[in-house]
Ligand binder design. Structure first.
Ligand code: B3K
Ligand code: ZN
Length: 904
């Protein structure tokens, strides 16, 4: 157990000296008296224990450990090590970016800075002394409060920082850099004043307003919604251009990828603005969910990540404030799950929200741990109501502030605060795979009763052949023939007992006491608390609790055969199978009061058609699109009573990746052809409506990233993109004019993207865009990304782009903008029949691995679903995977991913 850590840094890019004085105490729970510290890529210079210099024979230096056998119960170690930050291309530990020093310690980067018991349950108080050349590194930052600073005489200066809170080593950070800041004094609700700073490179001071505003909004929101206050007097955000992830929640010193800080209308799109708000919020919210209460071990990662994603999702939704706005953010979340999490859960890297094994923890910062983890947290709120959930949160902090805990502790707080048994709910943490819920319905006209029978199953995942039933909240509503919600009355459980329950689960569900729990939902609040009162006529959405393999829920007083709206607000991260008729889907698409299910009905209508078009496209047949579908799309497109943002969501077709997930054998070219055909047809048949929508959704005047304006731009630009699939002169002119006249990056980028993707000769526009923005790295990333995802961009074109002087593999954002965009965002080209793009993939996984294993391992994931493709493609894919697996040396990161992909 570590009490205190005093770190001294003599910062030199080539040769940094780290002096670490650490006070340790034997953990009485440990049987071993051996003191084992982690260390990686650092050179031990000197080691003292309780004041005495240790000779090499008195400690063991392993590959990545330093062991002192039979250590005393109380130890002060003084450890001096050397490292070379400018050689550190992994961007983990202490590294140099643009000539300045930054750190990234989560998950296991602190051991690259000094020898230490580098695990999250070791929490200690830190004091940090930084020394560096003043001219080169005028700004010296670390966690907590600045307690002293001054000159050292030799052109160097120093700063001493003290963090008053105990923290795990993964939250340590330092920055020594040439930076400037936007700062502001901000008054908390309690009246206490704090200093907020956003630090960037000099030329970027015109791009910090939105991050600062988002930070203030985050602070306010955490106070208002959860009664959580900022616990430091100073809170800093630092932007760095070389960064593996989005950002990092180091205590008091958040370090961010520039992508999630820098914005002004000229360079950032609406999506960038939304990303900044979400990530600034996310990192800030970690201060309580992650830092004050942290993880006992890395298996518990979702304890902080799932919860903090849920919190940032709620923050973004609350910032919009309207019901539709909230629903639009929810639709985005559902999209992400289907686009990325469901495929992960069905592939070789599938793992539970709380993984039970890993080779490299950095491979488990996944959409499952983050986004599915957030869904799991959201389900508590759906089951317990907003108030019940809040009680659970309060109890969680009351019990665990200052501790390193487990996912089970969070679940226990939720259960205990609400007097609920949430034992079965644990399976959401331990079982991988996406549950499939099947709904069957029956209308009993004579009895005026309507039955919904829900059953569940979950496909096998690696290491988990059989699954037990989950505890699934299924929000349900019933629509009458006019599209109005019917008041819901659920038959009491006693009479319901007559209903056949199907297969009984194998284990402990009898003890869960969930005989048929239902929650009431009214109006727009998805989680109104209180006991369900099925007789309340205002109730139009009920949350059914599916806990068994199969259950039937019987509604009474239903005077006509209704249209069921099942899984409203996407109340659980499941696949819902329901043999809706076309008419029912059209009815829901037109009338459902739940915007998420309304959108969902449109997605189902489109998907059904796409799945028929794909084989037709593969067989080279003539493709057709029915008038019914077109009419439904027209109706939404032209319904000005609907928010623009919602209309845009409703008109986006399921992505090529999502279509692929519904096919036994994936045919990427046919999928692309089918989807493009559908977009082209809509673009042609609805030409006049699209032109009208385009004209009606302009946003003249000063740019504002607010949801209403962003929604208009999104709809307008979607209209443009449909018109541009097979552009006539009018469409081309619109795109060109928009490019020329755009007063913001959202419109400019959308116009350029439409021009490039249409296949029209866009060279002139690409050049102009590049010339205008060549000094804006984040915009150059967009420039590469748009070209890499163009339907005609084959692997040769991407290789050509890599020769561009602005391209480099060393900067993760740049590598992602071109290579990842192509491998993940251009499926019909990535899966070219000759396998050439797979060779490209292998080559770059290997090249990246030599520089940055974390980034390489992310790229390695592009091949996850290789067994889903035609046998001819699989041959090429296997060869590429084997080429990577056979490379030596290869990081654990990449090895884990490719060996799991190749495993049977
Ligand atoms: N906690 C960091 C992620 C660290 C990644 C380590 N490979 C970002 C976040 O979730 O806020
Ligand atoms: Zn996080």
């Amino acid at each position: 157990m570590v009490e205190t850590v005093e770190l001294g840094f003599d910062l030199d890019p080539a040769r940094t000296i780290v002096a670490n004085r650490v006070t340790l105490r034997h953990n009485p729970d440990s049987k071993s008296r051996d003191l084992v510290l982690h260390g990686e890529e650092i050179e031990l210079v000197a080691l003292r224990m309780n004041g005495t210099l240790l000779a090499p024979g008195q400690y063991l230096l392993g590959a990545n450990t330093l062991t002192i056998r039979k250590a005393p119960l109380n130890v002060v170690l003084e450890i001096e090590t050397l490292c070379a930050p400018d050689q550190n291309t992994t961007l983990s530990g202490l590294y140099v970016s643009n000539g300045s020093f930054y750190t990234q310690c989560e998950a296991e980067g602190f051991r690259r800075i000094t020898y230490f018991p580098d695990r999250p349950d070791v929490m200690a108080k830190y004091t940090v002394m930084l020394r560096a050349n003043k001219e080169q590194f005028p700004v010296l930052l670390s966690n907590g409060n600045l307690v002293e600073e001054g000159e050292l005489g030799d052109g160097r200066h120093y700063a001493k920082w003290e963090d008053p809170f105990k923290k795990p080593s993964y939250l340590f950070a330092l920055v020594a850099a040439r930076l400037v800041c936007q700062e502001e004094r901000y008054t908390l609700q309690s009246g206490r004043e704090v200093l907020l700073q956003v630090w960037v490179e000099e030329g970027n001071l015109d791009k910090t307003d939105y991050a600062m505003q988002s930070l203030k909004n985050s602070i306010r929101w955490d106070e208002e919604r959860w009664n959580l206050e900022l616990d430091l007097d100073r809170f800093m955000i630092v932007a760095v251009s070389d960064f593996n992830m989005g950002a990092m929640e180091n205590k008091g010193l958040n370090i961010f990828n520039t992508k999630y800080v820098l914005a002004n209308p000229r360079v950032a799109t609406d999506i960038d603005y939304a990303g900044i708000e979400a990530v600034v919020g996310h990192e800030y919210f970690h201060n309580w969910t992650g830092n004050r209460v942290t993880c006992r071990d890395w298996f518990q990662l979702s304890l902080k990540e799932g919860l903090t994603v849920f919190r940032d999702q709620e923050f973004s939704a609350d910032m919009i404030g309207t019901d539709t706005g909230r629903a639009v953010t929810r639709i985005d979340q559902v999209r992400t799950l289907r686009q990325a999490q469901f495929p992960e859960d069905a592939g070789p890297m599938a793992h539970p929200v709380r993984p039970d094994s890993f080779v490299e923890i950095n491979n488990f910062y996944t959409v499952t741990v983050y986004e599915k983890g957030a869904e799991v947290v959201r389900m508590y709120q759906t089951l317990l109501g907003r108030d019940g959930f809040r009680k659970g949160m309060d109890l969680y902090f009351q019990r665990h502030d200052g501790q390193a805990v487990q996912c089970d502790d969070f679940r226990a707080a939720m259960a205990d605060a609400n007097g609920r048994d949430l034992k079965q709910f644990e399976r959401w943490y331990s079982q991988a795979g996406t549950p499939v819920v099947t709904a069957r319905t029956r209308y009993d006209a004579a009895a005026h009763a309507y039955e919904i029978t829900l059953s569940q199953r979950c496909p096998a995942t690696p290491g988990q052949a059989d699954k037990l039933p989950f505890h699934i909240p299924v929000a349900v509503g019933l629509l009458d023939a006019h599209g109005k919600d019917l008041p819901l009355t659920l038959e009491a459980p006693s009479s319901r007992a007559r209903v056949h329950h199907g297969v009984r689960p194998q284990s402990d569900t009898s003890s869960t006491g969930n005989t048929s729990r239902v929650r009431v939902r009214t109006g727009s609040d998805p989680t109104v608390g209180g006991t369900a009162d099925p007789t309340d006529s205002a109730v139009t959405t009920l949350v059914l609790e599916l806990t068994e393999a199969e259950q039937t829920f019987r509604f009474t007083g239903v005077k006509e055969a209704p249209t069921p709206s099942i899984l409203r607000d996407f109340s659980a991260p499941v696949v819902l199978e329901c043999d809706y008729s076309d008419d029912q889907l059209l009815h829901l698409f037109k009338f459902d009061s739940d915007p998420v299910n309304r959108w969902e009905a449109g997605q189902r209508l489109a998907l059904e058609r796409l799945l028929k078009l794909v084989p037709a496209a593969a067989a080279g047949q003539r493709l057709e699109l029915d008038d019914t579908f077109i009419a439904a799309q027209r109706a939404v497109l032209t319904d000005t009573a609907l928010d623009a943002a919602f209309r845009e969501q409703a008109l986006i077709l399921p992505s090529e990746t999502v279509i692929a997930e519904h096919m036994e054998v994936v045919d990427p070219q046919a999928i692309h052809t089918a989807r493009q055909f559908m977009r082209r047809t809509l673009g042609t048949v609805l030409r006049n409506e699209l032109l009208a929508v385009y004209a009606a959704n302009q946003t003249p005047g000063a740019y504002s990233p607010d949801a209403a304006s962003a929604g208009k731009r999104a709809l307008k630009n979607l209209a443009l993109s449909y018109l541009m699939v097979a552009p006539d002169q009018t469409a081309l002119r619109l795109a060109q004019q928009q490019f020329d006249a755009a007063g913001n990056m959202t419109d400019r980028a959308a116009a350029l993207s439409a021009l490039i993707h249409s296949g029209a000769d866009a060279g002139k526009y690409l050049d102009r865009f590049y010339q205008d923005f060549l000094n804006e790295a984040l915009v150059v990333d967009k420039w590469f990304g748009m070209q890499a995802t163009a339907p005609h961009a084959d692997v040769a074109a991407v290789r050509e782009l890599m020769k561009h002087p602005a391209f480099t593999l060393k900067n993760p954002n740049r590598a992602r903008s071109l290579i990842f965009s192509f491998c993940n965002g251009n499926p019909s080209q990535f899966h070219a029949a000759d396998g050439s793009a797979y060779d490209f993939w292998a080559e770059h996984v290997i090249k990246l691995d030599a520089l940055n294993p974390q980034v390489a391992a992310r790229l390695a994931r592009s091949m996850d679903r290789w067994r889903r493709y035609a046998p001819e493609l699989q041959v090429h894919m296997r060869r590429a995977l084997e080429q990577v697996a056979g490379t030596s040396p290869l990081s654990n990161d990449v090895m884990e991913v490719v060996s799991k992909a190749l495993a049977n």
